[in-house]
Design a protein around this ligand. Structure first.
Ligand code: FE2
Ligand code: FE2
Length: 475
């Protein structure tokens, strides 16, 4: 297994020292990356010592090392999972052929687009989250935010490596453009809409890392199947890091719920106003945040019928989630899949060629996976003896992409008129008032072992550190 060379300017396990052209290109990009980090990375955090994990190997056992790092000095590097010997393409028209070690000329444009779209989400989320450090609910949470941020930065490195190594000058230009777009900016926004939404508070952050980083997981899993072997190997290692991001989201929401339930039981009430005056986030507000982040995130999978999705699969560029575990013919010609459309005031299923429905297939896999964590949140509520249950909304709810874009659908899946929607939307999506209330709770708690009143402490520390561990030192 190739180990990571940390003596180099850019840590890597891809023999960068032997490829002088590539090394030079990346060393030219590096200062631009750092200046992007200084401008758009976590606000006012440059001097902090943060207890971070850094990848030191790609061995699934013990790949990470923990220690204090100043974030601008984090060793962002290039790490690929080891090559599988004689790996074959295992889906699409090229099934059975050797996996590609170079970009096939005829697929160059599509591959570049796939890599750029994935790459663009990585710095985007850092930008979306850059103000959150100022209102952290604890040092533990602050450290987790920074961990997620530096790893998203590394994911950008992972994609830029592919662009520089395999796409020549076009790739280098794309690498620059990735540092120039800005989340939420009018004239040069990030590519995908969910990455232009603000992440204004910590409840949004936890929902984002639960749902939207999970979109990342599913996209990366689909790319980890790619016939283009360097992409498959890169994304596999990214997935190792991604797991922690979803953990931050799932445990974060869970701790908010736990605290709310404690207050509900202490005050013996479920009245949102009473809970709010006690400084807890009422469960219906948590449900509305969930509805928002779930719906915005499932849009990321794209249109339910898509000829691009069919092309990406048929040409072996992007597989399905767990492609290797499926027992069909991995070509899918002649198979069908059901997608939804609105017809005469109702949602009806429509059977379409499966190849064209692969975005929907991935979206449905994502939905199944998301529901599992929501069930675990409900266990926390149940354990507290409270009858309320959280639910993911119907997949037609609040959609902006695909055949349901703009159709007004309730969280239960009923098609509504605009008037019906307007009358109830504040029960379903965070209102201005909800957002203002959540914002009002966001104060900074930065003493070891202390937590904001609206969130419970975690069950265990990072790397088994004690409860009062100083995850961040401000100097
Ligand atoms: Fe990422
Ligand atoms: Fe992530």
């Amino acid at each position: 297994m190739s180990s990571i060379d940390y003596s180099e300017k850019i840590p890597n396990n891809v023999n960068l020292s032997e490829d002088r052209t590539l090394r030079r290109a990346l060393e030219q990009w590096q200062p631009n990356y750092l200046s992007w980090w200084n401008d758009m990375g976590p606000e006012d955090s440059q001097g902090f010592d943060v207890y971070l994990r850094t990848a030191v190997s790609v061995d699934p056992q013990g790949w990470a090392q923990f220690g204090y790092v100043k974030m601008p000095d984090y060793r962002w590097g290039i790490f690929l999972n080891p090559a599988e010997k004689e790996r074959k393409i295992h889906f699409g028209d090229h099934k059975g052929e050797d996996a590609w070690q170079e970009v096939p000329g005829e697929y160059r444009a599509n591959l570049r687009r796939i890599i750029v779209t994935q790459g663009d989400t990585e710095p985007a989320s850092v930008e979306q989250q850059r103000h959150l450090g100022l209102t952290c609910p604890s040092l533990y949470d602050l450290r987790n935010l920074f961990q997620v941020n530096v790893e998203e930065g590394r994911h950008l490195w992972a994609m830029v490596y592919l662009l520089h190594k395999y796409f020549g000058r076009d790739g280098r230009e794309e690498g620059e453009a990735l540092l120039q777009r800005r989340s939420g900016q009018q004239d040069n926004p990030r590519i995908l809409q969910a990455f232009n939404e603000p992440t204004p508070d910590w409840l949004s952050f936890f929902m984002f890392t639960y749902f939207t980083d999970r979109d990342g997981k599913f996209q990366l899993c689909a790319l980890a199947e790619s016939g283009f072997d360097p992409l498959a190997r890169t994304t596999r290692f990214m997935l190792t890091e991604e797991a922690h991001h979803m953990f931050v989201g799932e445990s974060g929401v869970s701790r908010v719920i736990q605290r709310t339930c404690q207050v509900m039981n202490a005050l013996k009430t479920d009245d949102p106003a009473a809970l709010r005056s006690a400084g807890a986030i009422d469960l219906p507000t948590i449900q509305r945040y969930l509805n928002f982040h779930f719906s915005v995130t499932i849009d990321l999978f794209g249109a339910d019928e898509s000829s691009n999705a069919a092309t990406f699969y048929a040409t072996g560029l992007k597989g399905r989630f767990e492609e290797g575990k499926r027992t069909d013919d991995h070509r899918l010609k002649g198979s069908t899949y059901k997608v939804l459309q609105a017809q005469g005031g109702e949602l009806v299923e429509k059977e379409v060629p499966m190849l064209n429905a692969l975005n929907e297939v991935l979206r449905d896999d994502f939905i199944r996976d998301s529901v599992a964590g929501v069930d675990r949140w409900n266990k926390v509520i149940e354990k507290a003896g409270i009858g309320y249950r959280l639910k993911v909304p119907h997949k037609g709810f609040h959609r902006n992409i695909g055949s349901l874009a703009g159709v007004k659908v309730s969280p239960e899946g009923r098609v509504l008129t605009q008037e019906q929607w307007n009358a109830q939307v504040d029960q379903w999506l965070p209102s201005t008032g909800d957002r203002a209330f959540v914002a009002s709770l966001m104060g900074r708690v930065a003493e070891p072992g202390k937590f904001a009143n609206w969130i419970a402490p975690p069950v265990v520390g990072i790397n088994r550190q004690p409860a009062d561990f100083a995850y961040v030192r401000f100097n």
